[in-house]
Each structure stands twice: as structure tokens, then as C-alpha cells.
Design a protein around this ligand. Structure first.
Ligand code: FAD
Length: 610
């Protein structure tokens, strides 16, 4: 009964009379400082085979493959008793449904999109907040930070008022890095773009094999044909073929964007959220399912290691609503809390590995929004693309006063979803579509059917110096986030090579834009470089590798030096990529699940192109 022994040891040495307890740190190597005990009640200990922390697309992949209650996925059905924990709450009937599948957000392209982008803005929490200064000049001094201005300056130097982090230097910040605390994580409202990285320019030998990518695509319902019969998509796709394709490697031409989506009918689609990944059996699992338990609004505060640091003995879970702390024992623990928050949990747990938080990568991004040029409209009006004539005629008959011959809903009304893959001399990934970020919402008076966004993401270089750090939770000078976890401090600067790429990428975006239409001159969206972290594709900061000196986990995502801790999420991606990361992270989670189940993973690795 190893967990009972651990429990006894914990009780014996943790508490002192002051109401503080010593933070047990891995291997005892870090100084054992004092932590204020929460006022929480202790719940009875629990035991599972596997504890998965985080319920986003990656946590859901682990749960699907490992739980005995899940539908088998290929050969993967782990037969295990799984607990999945998330700091956020369920937002849908099924666990982790994509919120955009609501009628509201798909009923009309324009209005639905505007509402959905507001929902996203209201649900992602920016995780880095530099100190903005704390005084107002023209307020009665008694109200200006009451009390603080009368106290010695030094004493309050470290106060993280309004969650602002006094250690965060503005210049080295990633101001748009974010987290989405909800069951399903960011996967409950992501855009579902799922391209594979370029085999030569983006991948190395640790990336998934083609076979593993195909498995991940099956799990996510990825395809390129859901929008292949939509007027605007064909129009833009054809224009790219006539123009930019002349500059592209014929092996990587412009094409429709691979998307994790399934068509329901001519109007509606089902975007893939974690509910699809979990499969119906887990997504609808009853509360008393013996092999799958979801604990929502439960924060994993810490993983507690054995004395020698080689085993995670239990996870410390805290539910702020019930005030209960639970020690959960398991054979295997999987941390997939999102790219930065996995590093955060490891840091909060006293996990020692200097690579944790390092090699942080973010894709520099350029964006613009266009109105279709007259020539594209003329093409539709002239009905040269004969395949759409029936649809256009039917729309015009019903709407004789509409000057734009594109149906607003139903058949043919679907959106633009085009892609120009990364290639030599063009180390950037290009998406041409309308997305739902706040900066992508059409607030102009132009008819939405004529508006499209261009997003260019550069392939970033990974560097040891670019990192995120966290003060130890037992540090009196530490700062904490909304969940009471150590707040991230970013130390990030674009590599010189990236700066040249960014410049070339901006010129390319302007050129491709000119093939399609004309930028809409709104202050927020006219061809612009987006603040760091905007892609929400941070990766690398707990990367897999071949050596403990420059990576956090081995090639199967098992944390170095710990025999029962696996990591998942974009943080494990071992090399800077320009394309969207989730497909790769899900594929890496499939490999990790195989390893947990004792399946040989040796044929799941990418063969580098010579
Ligand atoms: C608007 C938007 C559009 C996007 N579009 C795309 C796209 O088109 N393609 C793409 O590849 N990617 C896209 N992304 C990114 C994509 O959503 C993420 O890559 C993906 O969700 C990562 O999955 P994950 O499971 O690793 O982490 P997440 O989805 O971030 O889930 C992590 C979960 O962990 C929980 N958590 C964190 N800390 C703790 C803790 N201590 N205890 C308990 N729970 C914790 C959080 O509440 C969260 O639910 C987009 C993101 C956003 C916001």
C-alpha cells in the first residue's frame, strides 16, 4: 500500500504548529520553504489507474485511449480506470463539445461569427500581465492605492496588484499568450485547422510518422473537402492557383485547408471538439462510470514526488467551491494543461529540469482583412464557373435586389478555407479564411460575403534563451494567477533570423492580398503585425528530445527521470513549426498512450527527408 505509506510520511513531516506546511519538493533538492496552508478541508484519498490533468484535445486523446469505458480507437483501448481533471467548467451537454456547433453561431455567417468571436474573447484569459503603473494623478491621494502610497516603497515593490506581474518586462513579453479554463480547453472553440507540418522544413526525427498522423486525423475527423463545393472557396482557391502557385513547389501547392469538421447538411457543420475525440461513450459517460471520472472546476495544484524524485505518488487537487483538497493516487499521471500551464504545474511541483519553460516558441504573425476585388465578383456574375450556376440562379430568383450573387445561407454559401503550405524560401504557413478572433471580426459596413482574412504564421526558431519562468509557490515574493498557481514571466525576444523572415512574410502577404482584393482600412486590421503569442500556438516549453540536458521528456513524452509521468500538449513539440500545432500534439499523445500501454512505438517516428 505505497500510497498509505506516503500519506503517513506526508502527515508526519508536513505540518507544524504555525499553520504553515513545508512544500515537499522532488528529491528534497530545492530548499524546503514555507507555504501558507489553504483553509481547505481534506477529502478522502482516491485511487485511479491514470490521472489526466487537462481536458483539452490532448487530455481527451489520452482519456479515449486509456479508459476502459472508451470506444476502442484502433488497437488502443487501455482498460484503465481514468480520472480527468480540469480547472474549468463544462460548457455543453456532452463533455467538451465545440461551442460553435450551436445553431446560434452557424445560423447566419455574419451575425453568428460576430457573436462567436465575442464568446472567444470572453473565455480566454491572457496569462501575462506586465505592471502598468499604479497611480492616477488626479485622484484624492487617500484613494490612490489606499495605504500603499504611505508605506515604504520597497515593501510594496513586489505587489502584484490586479494580477500584474512586477517581474514581467514589457519588451520581453508575450502579451497575447492565453489559456482557456473550461472543460475541453481551447479545443471547445478552436478553429480546427489541422495541416501536417512540412516533412523537411518543419519536422525532425521525433515528429510523428505518416501513419501516426493518419490516426490523429481519423480521431479528429480531418478532411479537405467539407468546403470544396462552396462558391467563395472555389473562387479564391482558383485565383491562388492562377497566381501564387507559379512560385510554389508543385509538391506543396495552394490547397483547401485541412479542417477537423464534418458536414451535417448544406448549412451546418460539426466542428470537432474534445467530445468527438473522447467518443460518445466517454463524452456522455454517466457520473458513476467506474472507469471514467471527470472532475471539473478542480485545480491540480501540485504533483507530489517520492523521496528519490523518481515517482509521482499523488496529485494534490483543490476544488475552490467545496474547499476540499483531495490526494489522488495513481499508477500513471499525465500533465496536459496547455503549453504554458504544463510547465507551470511542473514548476509548482518542484520538478527539476532546466529545460522546463525553455525553447519556448511562438509564431510571428501578420494579418489583414480584405474585401473581394471587382474581378472576382465579375467572375461570379458572369457565371463562368458553370458548376455553380444553378445555385446562383436560384439565389437571384429569390433575391432579385441582392447585388451579390452569393447565397447567404444553404448550398454554396460556405466560407473560404484556403491554405498555402510552408516551403523553401517561404518559411511561413498561410491561411485564407474568416476566423473568429477579436481582430478578425468584420466590423466594417462591407457585406460579409465579400470579406476574407489573411493570416501568415512564420516558422519560428527555437532558442534556449526564450523561456517562461515561474516563481516557486513557496516563495514569499511569488505572484499567483487566477487559479492560485505561480504566474508565468516571459523572457522572449524574436531571433534575428525570424526578423528577416517576418519582413519577407509581410511583403508576401501584401502580394497575395493584391491577387484577391483590397485591404479594409480599419485601424485594427489594416495589414498588421500581431502582438506576440497571438497565434495561441506556443510550443516547445516542455519539449520532447533525446537528452535530459535540452528537453523535458523522452520521445514517448515520458518526463525524464520519472517513471510514471507523461506530458502532453503543444509544449512537447520538439521543433519550431509554422502550421497549427494541435494535430501534431494529438499524434504525439497517441504515441505516449501507446507507450503507457506497453505498445512498441518504434515505427511511429518521422523519417527525415534527405
Ligand atoms: C480561438 C482559437 C483558435 C484556435 N485555432 C486553432 C487551429 O485552428 N488549429 C490548431 O491546431 N490550434 C488552434 N488553436 C490552439 C488549440 O486550441 C490548442 O493547440 C489546443 O487546444 C491544445 O490542446 P491541449 O489539450 O494541449 O490544451 P488546452 O486546450 O489548452 O487545454 C488545457 C486544459 O488544462 C486545464 N488546466 C490548466 N492548468 C490546470 C491545472 N493546474 N489543473 C487542472 N486543469 C488545468 C485548462 O483549464 C484547460 O482546459 C486555437 C486556439 C484558440 C483559442
Amino acid at each position: 500500500m505505497p500510497h498509505l505509506l506516503a500519506l503517513t510520511a506526508a502527515l508526519l513531516h508536513l505540518h507544524d504548529a504555525s499553520g504553515f506546511h513545508a512544500a515537499p519538493l522532488r528529491g528534497g533538492a530545492l530548499p524546503s520553504k514555507m507555504v501558507r496552508a489553504t483553509t481547505s478541508k481534506m477529502a478522502a484519498d482516491e485511487k485511479y489507474d491514470v490521472v489526466v490533468i487537462g481536458s483539452g484535445p490532448v487530455g481527451s486523446t489520452f482519456a479515449r485511449c486509456l479508459s476502459a469505458s472508451g470506444e476502442a480507437f484502433g488497437d488502443l483501448n487501455g482498460g484503465k480506470k481514468v480520472l480527468m481533471v480540469d480547472a474549468g467548467k463544462k460548457m455543453s451537454e456532452k463533455t467538451g463539445e465545440h461551442i460553435k456547433n450551436s445553431l446560434l453561431y452557424q445560423s447566419d455567417h455574419a451575425e453568428g461569427k460576430r457573436l462567436f468571436s465575442q464568446l472567444i474573447a470572453g473565455t480566454i484569459e491572457k496569462i501575462s500581465k506586465p505592471w502598468t503603473g499604479s497611480s492616477i494623478d488626479n485622484i484624492n491621494p487617500t484613494a490612490n492605492q489606499p495605504g500603499c502610497n504611505q508605506e515604504p516603497k520597497k515593501k510594496y515593490k513586489k505587489w502584484n496588484m490586479n494580477l500584474q506581474n512586477p517581474d514581467q518586462e514589457q519588451y520581453y513579453n508575450l502579451p497575447e499568450a492565453a489559456v482557456s479554463y473550461k472543460v475541453g480547453g481551447m479545443g471547445a472553440h478552436w478553429t480546427c485547422s489541422c495541416p501536417r507540418p512540412h516533412p523537411e522544413l518543419e519536422m525532425n526525427a521525433l515528429f510523428p510518422s505518416d501513419g501516426l498522423y493518419t490516426m490523429a486525423e481519423d480521431l479528429l475527423n480531418v478532411n479537405q473537402n467539407t468546403y470544396d463545393d462552396e462558391i467563395r472557396n472555389v473562387l479564391v482557391g482558383d485565383r491562388l492557383k492562377e497566381t501564387i502557385d507559379k512560385e510554389l513547389d508543385p509538391k506543396y501547392p495552394s490547397q483547401y485547408l485541412p479542417l477537423a469538421v464534418k458536414r451535417v447538411n448544406e448549412q451546418y457543420v460539426d466542428w470537432t471538439g474534445p467530445s468527438v475525440i473522447l467518443g460518445d461513450k466517454l463524452a456522455e459517460a454517466a457520473k458513476d462510470d467506474p472507469n471514467f471520472t471527470l472532475k471539473q472546476e478542480t485545480i491540480c495544484k501540485k504533483l507530489h514526488f517520492s523521496e528519490d524524485g523518481k515517482t509521482v505518488e499523488y496529485a494534490e487537487l483543490f476544488n475552490p467551491k467545496t474547499g476540499e483538497t483531495t490526494k489522488v493516487y495513481a499508477d500513471t499521471f499525465v500533465a496536459c494543461c496547455g503549453q504554458v500551464h504544463t510547465a507551470q504545474l511542473l514548476a509548482a511541483s518542484g520538478f527539476e529540469n532546466d529545460a522546463n519553460g525553455r525553447y519556448l516558441c511562438t509564431q510571428p504573425m501578420y494579418f489583414t482583412r480584405l474585401a473581394f476585388g471587382n474581378d472576382l465578383i465579375k467572375r461570379i456574375k458572369a457565371k463562368t464557373g458553370k458548376r455553380f450556376n444553378d445555385v446562383i440562379n436560384a439565389w437571384q430568383e429569390k433575391n432579385p435586389h441582392d447585388p451579390i450573387p452569393i447565397p447567404r445561407n444553404g448550398k454554396g454559401s460556405g466560407e473560404v478555407q484556403c491554405w498555402i503550405p510552408v516551403q523553401k524560401d517561404r518559411p511561413w504557413h498561410c491561411q485564407i479564411h474568416n476566423d473568429n478572433f477579436y481582430y478578425g471580426t468584420n466590423t466594417s459596413p462591407i457585406d460579409d460575403r465579400l470579406v476574407v482574412g489573411l493570416r501568415w504564421f512564420a516558422v519560428p526558431k527555437m532558442s534556449e534563451e526564450n523561456r517562461v519562468t515561474f516563481t516557486a509557490p513557496d516563495n514569499a515574493d511569488g505572484y499567483f494567477d487566477m487559479m492560485g498557481m505561480p504566474q508565468p514571466t516571459f523572457h522572449y525576444v524574436e531571433e534575428h533570423a525570424d526578423v528577416d523572415t517576418i519582413d519577407a512574410m509581410a511583403k508576401d502577404l501584401t502580394k497575395v492580398a493584391s491577387f484577391i482584393g483590397t485591404p479594409i482600412p480599419e485601424a485594427a486590421t489594416f495589414v498588421q503585425y500581431l502582438p506576440g503569442g497571438n497565434a495561441l500556438h506556443l510550443h516547445g516549453c516542455n519539449r520532447i528530445g533525446t537528452s535530459v540536458t535540452d528537453s523535458v521528456a523522452d520521445s514517448n513524452c515520458k518526463a525524464w527521470g520519472v517513471n510514471n509521468l507523461y506530458l502532453g500538449g503543444n509544449g512537447v513539440i520538439p521543433k519550431g513549426i509554422g502550421c497549427n500545432p494541435t494535430l501534431t500534439s494529438v499524434a504525439l499523445a497517441l504515441r505516449a498512450s501507446m507507450d503507457i500501454l506497453g505498445v512498441d512505438t518504434s515505427d511511429t517516428f518521422h523519417t527525415p527527408v534527405e
